[in-house]
Design a protein around this ligand. Structure first.
Ligand SMILES: [Zn+2]
Ligand SMILES: [Zn+2]
Length: 349
């Protein structure tokens, strides 16, 4: 029998940020596909859509009218999952029935007044304006008395449950630190205790040395397909300087973030020559007085696609009951993303 080889043999990989495992089955990557075929999302060509509740000047569901905004535009979600004025309380019975009140805010951020663009099709200077808006919101929400964490994210594409193509994201601010972030905070603190160094800084140094999972490398940021990626085209964007939130980024770093976001989004669209669906979001330190010096700013990109613009990955069966699983290796995906052109396919025509 041949010696253990990550490119050939089934194995488990460990995610040090969440302390979870993923099963990798590289030998199955060529398996024939007979499952569901998703419809490729249609191209949006209208700059303004009179029926879009996010376009400038249009009325939203509650009747509020959007201003004729020219850049980014932020408002409280009309169907917010969290409310700022929830009465505080707790239910606790035999440590089996436990519930706590949760206050917070849910904001919507329109990235552009144009209905037909995406981050991939915006200029770096326009993405920079989105980053500045994220920073303002993180500061404002984070300084509110009942807010412990601010989650900035974007759901893109109908496949991710986002029915409105108008470029927009969301910001949810919570009274508690959500589980995913809490796990990563603890893991980074534990790593710092044990090694007197920063988890993601150490990981980034390893990836820069090995080079096989790098996707984009710039002066201030690096994008990799993480060693422990679950989704086929999952990537992780890491700040090269140790900062724990977007607001700590210097001017040049904010510009750098705009550029690398644009580069990654273009490569994603170029992969299948179609608008690429994903959930992306930044992980930043919990807000409040404590500094969290162990925490490193990063962003996760979770695209649902498997092998074409119309075939998606499902997390079912073994993955719901045991652990996530992937076929194609993160190294192969990184090589594929690394080789894609940096000019958007619609402009290259
Ligand atoms: Zn619109
Ligand atoms: Zn994270």
């Amino acid at each position: 029998m041949s010696p253990f080889d990550l490119n050939v043999h089934p194995h488990r990989r460990f995610n040090p940020l969440t302390q979870e495992w993923v099963l990798v089955s590289p030998h199955r990557a060529q398996r024939p596909w007979q499952g569901q075929v998703e419809l490729a999302p249609p191209e949006v060509s209208r700059v303004y859509d009179p029926n879009c509740y996010l376009c400038p000047g249009n009325a939203r569901v509650g009747g509020t009218k959007n201003p004729e905004y020219k850049g980014t535009f932020v408002f409280d979600n009309d169907f917010a999952a969290l409310l700022p004025d929830t009465p505080s309380g707790e239910l606790r019975e035999k440590e089996l029935l436990l519930a706590r009140s949760e206050t917070g805010r849910c904001r919507v951020v329109c990235f552009s007044p144009r209905h037909d663009v995406t981050l991939a099709r915006m200029e770096a200077v326009e993405i920079r304006a989105v980053i500045d808006t994220w920073c303002d919101e993180y500061s404002k929400l984070g300084s509110m008395p009942n807010v412990r964490s601010v989650q900035i994210f974007e759901n893109r594409g109908a496949m991710m449950g986002c029915s409105n193509p108008h470029p927009h994201g969301q910001i949810w601010a919570n009274e508690s630190v959500p589980d995913e972030l809490a796990r990563e905070v603890t893991a980074q603190q534990d790593h710092f205790q044990r090694h007197k160094s920063n988890l993601l800084e150490d990981y980034l140094a390893l990836e820069m040395e090995k080079k096989e999972r790098l996707v984009c490398v710039t002066e201030h940021f690096v994008v990799v397909v993480p060693f422990w990626a679950v989704w086929p085209f999952e990537t992780l964007l890491i700040s090269r300087r140790r900062v724990s939130s977007l607001v700590e980024l210097r001017e040049a770093e904010r510009d750098g973030l705009a550029k690398i976001l644009r580069q990654l989004m273009i490569r994603y669209d170029n992969l299948f020559k179609a608008p690429f669906p994903y959930t992306m979001g930044f992980h930043q330190r919990p807000t409040g007085e404590a500094p969290f010096p162990e925490f490193q700013l990063h962003a996760h990109f979770y695209p649902p696609l498997l092998r074409s613009a119309t075939i998606r990955k499902f997390m079912v069966g073994y993955e719901m009951l045991a652990m996530p699983q992937r076929d194609i290796s993160p190294e192969l995906v990184a090589a594929q993303l690394r080789d894609l052109p940096d000019i958007h396919y619609l402009r290259a025509k």
